[in-house]
Each structure stands twice: as structure tokens, then as C-alpha cells.
Design a protein around this ligand. Structure first.
Ligand code: GLV
Ligand code: MN
Ligand code: MN
Length: 414
């Protein structure tokens, strides 16, 4: 068979994605499959079953990462790896992550039914807790695997109700035996929706990011003084929520103040005791800062932290700052990025060289292996929301680009 003629089955990919989307389906048309919940377990179980249906060798490691391996003709050569994540945001979408796991699954189904052998083995992977929404930070499965994060630190991370990561990993039965340790990889491809508006604006089907912004996460804890809201005069209050409000606006204005390539967001807040007639005495909120320039992001943070300290002082609300997590910007392998663009061209799909504002497991994989990503458009540029959508046609196009990129890498002997 002329390999260049080979195509994945778009309808089968659609059916697979639709079946996955029933797990944790939300009334608004999205999914809620937070890491290590029962819904995550159900999605994992189905994925493992599909791996076994293809007679792949399934391995589950100590972080709950799930690998499915299809042997090549020369298993001495480092394999090709492709994957992403099955967990989602709260009220998240049906494509973020799961497309990057079902895409390579469809690639392997296509190779299987056409009896196509590759020289190198191919491994597909579901990384644990990419979203970091229930247990911060994100990308911990790939982070530990790549040697950038400490397994035991991640095990002890807690959700809002103080449940530990390790206890939930065990509870859903996905604490595997295999050590979470990197092994040599020839090429890592991650297929993903863009999660932004650029491909749609530029009217392109395939995006090849040159890399991913740095991500810096902080947790801010403020202490105030609780009191009855009626009798307590406005002067002399120590209102932790008002201090937080001032700080949150500083975060929002940070990119304008600092200029350059920068976005900054507060996405999560807890207010205590959260009663309309008690002055708040405890607030926790998060800060997310991203840039292509790691130093710029750090300097912006130092500036912001000084503002936080001044506000905390003025309001008499002691502040405690946790510098929770940082991952540096990732510049992908130029050869593989070019391969994505060239392959899109060969398949007659319009394409664009761009960058990724969203974080991906590819960021950590890029630290240890030649890495590239394949993006397809997000309708109206919406993601991390229930209405997140990508046309089936574009899902198919991206999967075909993935197929041919994987085939080219899998048949390289050098
Ligand atoms: C990952 O989903 C991110 O926060 O970009
Ligand atoms: Mn994702
Ligand atoms: Mn996401």
C-alpha cells in the first residue's frame, strides 16, 4: 500500500469522541471529568478497554499515567509517543485533552486494520491531571515522568476539601506499579484544539505552534478580622475580601502596566466565612501569569507582589504568598514543527505557524524529547467552557496530519 494514501476514519473518530463525551456529560453540552474523580476513572477504564481491543501492551505507572504500546519491527529504537489528557475543567469542553488521546488511538486503529508495521514502536498516553483544577498544579503526570516534578510532592497535594492526590489516585484504582520515570523517545506529538481564536481569524485548519508560553502559578492567603457587619464602623475594618478585590484588579491591569507579551488572571477565590453579614476574615485566591518571556513574567510578578504587600499593609490584612509552580516557556523542535506544517501542506490543509497560550503536557515532554503539537480550530475561540467546539471535519484533518507525522517519525532509523 502507498502509505501516502492512508487516511484515518473520521466517522470512527467522531463516534469515539462522542462516546467519551457521555462520561461526565453536563447539561450545557460539555463534560466535567475532574482529575481522579469517578468520571476520570470511567474514562480511563474505557480507554484501557480500547487499548486492549487493539492488543496493545498497557502499562499504568505510579502517577496513574496510562500507556498503550504497539510494537515496531525494531524495538531497540526509541519509540514515537503521542497523547494528552482525559481529565477536564469543571464544566469543561468535549475536546480539550481527549482529542489528543483519541486522535492517536484512531491512528493506531488505522495502522492495525491496514496491517501496517512501523520500524519504531508507537506509544499512546493519557497523562494524569493535566488540568490542575482539582489538584494544583497542572501537567503533573508528564511533569513527574519527565523528572521536573517530585512524585511525593504531587502525592501530597490537596483538593479544596483536603482530599490528597495520592488517596484519590488509589481510590480510583490507578496507582500503578511501574515507576514514573522517563525513557528515551524519538518524537513526541500532541494533538490538541487551539483553545484560542487565531486559526479561525486566519482561516487556517492546521496550527503548528513554535512552543508554549511559560506558566507561573501563585496562591495568595489573606487574613482579616471577622465582625458583625451592622454595628462595626467602616473605619478600622480589616476586610480580607476588600484587600483581595484591590489585588485582583492589580493582576488584571498588570499586562497593560508591564507591556510586552503577558497575560495575568485570577480564576479562583475562596472567601470565609462567606456570610453576607460577617466581615470576611480569610480569603484565598490564585494568580496565573503567562508569557513567552520567562524573565518578563518573573519581573511582573515581583512588581505585583510589592503591590500586594502595600495593599495588605494598608488594610491591616496579613498576607501569605505561596509561589506554587512554574514551568518555563517551551520552544519545540524546529524539525518536527516543520514536519507538521509540511505534512499539512501535503494533505492540502491550510496551515499556520503560531504559538500556544494554553499549557500542555508537551511543555514537559519538550524538556526531554523532540516535541511538536498539531492544533485545529476552536469555534469562536472558546475553550474551558461547555460550548467548546471543533468541527468533525477539522478533527479528521488534524488526525490525518498526526497519522502522517507519526508514520514519518516511526519509520526513521536515524
Ligand atoms: C491548561 O489547561 C492551561 O491552564 O492552559
Ligand atoms: Mn488540554
Ligand atoms: Mn485545559
Amino acid at each position: 500500500m502507498d502509505l501516502s494514501e492512508l487516511r484515518i476514519d473520521g466517522k470512527r473518530l467522531q463516534n469515539t469522541l462522542e462516546e467519551m463525551a457521555t462520561i461526565g456529560a453536563t447539561p450545557g453540552g460539555g463534560v466535567q471529568r475532574l482529575a481522579l474523580t469517578d468520571e476520570d476513572k470511567q474514562a480511563r477504564d474505557l480507554f484501557v478497554q480500547w487499548l486492549q481491543d487493539l492488543n496493545l501492551k498497557v502499562t499504568i505507572d505510579e502517577m496513574g499515567n496510562i500507556f498503550g504500546k504497539r510494537e515496531g519491527t525494531n524495538d531497540d529504537l526509541p519509540p514515537i509517543v503521542s497523547g494528552s489528557h482525559l481529565d477536564s475543567q469543571p464544566k469543561g469542553g468535549r475536546f480539550d485533552g481527549v482529542l489528543g488521546v483519541m486522535g492517536p488511538l484512531e491512528v493506531l486503529r488505522t495502522l492495525h486494520e491496514n496491517n501496517i508495521e512501523t520500524i519504531r514502536s508507537i506509544v499512546i498516553v493519557d497523562w494524569t491531571n493535566e488540568e490542575g483544577s482539582r489538584f494544583a498544579p497542572c501537567m503533573v503526570g508528564s511533569g513527574v515522568w519527565a523528572g521536573a516534578l517530585d512524585r511525593d510532592w504531587v502525592y501530597q497535594r490537596t483538593a479544596l476539601n483536603d482530599t490528597r492526590f495520592i488517596d484519590e489516585l488509589e481510590r480510583i484504582g490507578y496507582r500503578g506499579e511501574t515507576a514514573t520515570t522517563k525513557w528515551p523517545i524519538h518524537a513526541y506529538y500532541e494533538y490538541h484544539i487551539e483553545q484560542g481564536p487565531i486559526l479561525e481569524i486566519e482561516r487556517k485548519i492546521i496550527g503548528a505552534p513554535k512552543g508554549i508560553l511559560c506558566l507561573h502559578w501563585y496562591d495568595i492567603y489573606l487574613e482579616g478580622e471577622a465582625n458583625q457587619v451592622g454595628p462595626t464602623p467602616m473605619e478600622g475594618r480589616h476586610d480580607a475580601l476588600c484587600a483581595a478585590a484591590e489585588m485582583i484588579l492589580k493582576v488584571n491591569r498588570l499586562p497593560e502596566k508591564k507591556g510586552g507579551n503577558l497575560v495575568a488572571t485570577v480564576g479562583e477565590i475562596q472567601n470565609y466565612p462567606n456570610s453576607r453579614n460577617i466581615i470576611p476574615d480569610k480569603v484565598h485566591f490564585t494568580v496565573d501569569i503567562r508569557s513567552w518571556d520567562d524573565v518578563h513574567a518573573l519581573n511582573a510578578w515581583y512588581d505585583l507582589r510589592r503591590d500586594f504587600e502595600v495593599i495588605a499593609d494598608q488594610r491591616g490584612c496579613p498576607i501569605n504568598i505561596e509561589e506554587t509552580w512554574r514551568v518555563e516557556h517551551a520552544r519545540f523542535d524546529e524539525r518536527l514543527v516543520k514536519r507538521v506544517l509540511d505534512t499539512a501542506e501535503e494533505l492540502e490543509h491550510s496551515n499556520l505557524y503560531m504559538f500556544s497560550g494554553a499549557g500542555h503536557d508537551a511543555s514537559y515532554m519538550n524538556q526531554i524529547a523532540a516535541t511538536a503539537m498539531i492544533f485545529v480550530p476552536s469555534l469562536d475561540g472558546r475553550s474551558h467552557v461547555e460550548v467548546e467546539n471543533t468541527s468533525w471535519k477539522d478533527c479528521e484533518a488534524g488526525a490525518n496530519v498526526l497519522l502522517h507525522c507519526m508514520l514519518k517519525s516511526a519509520n526513521e532509523t536515524g
